[in-house]
Design a protein around this ligand. Sequence first.
Ligand code: OFO
Length: 169
Amino acid sequence: MINEKLEAAFNDQINKEFFSEYLYLAMKTYFMEQNLLGFVNWFDVQVQEEHAHAMGMFDYLNERGGKIELGAIEKPVVEGNCPLTIFEHVLRHEEFVTSRINALMDVAEEVKDRAAMQFLNWYLKEQVEEESTVGGVLATLRLIGDDKKALLMLDKDLAARTFVAPVIG
Ligand code: OFO
């Protein structure tokens, strides 16, 4: 049986992962409106990844005999009005998620749940990768500035991203 405090912390993070899915879906609509289909594809993959992250914790909590409590998902507000400022928001959000996974790890450590700590290591590694990927796109957007042609080239690159279902844990 999983510790109650840890169970609540997992439920909270499941909600945050579903919120991430929802936030990226909201960001995707901006790029749909701009007809930047490579960016749309990038956010499609991001949405699927967040769904997989949420479900990974959902399944794990169930496997551990915990009670899953699904809360309301907050309305997503996209901060930004161009690719650069939207990606700045993506990075801020990923940094926030990293801090939440760290906090969840702290609870697992506090209640000495080593199995949960081992499970959460996957999420910590994933956050390093996510922040690095987003940071890369952001750096390119900063270089691009107002150059529309260069933006279209980046859009073409982002069209190549594909979703690979993660093996979590
Ligand atoms: Fe779930 O990793 Fe992004 O937020």
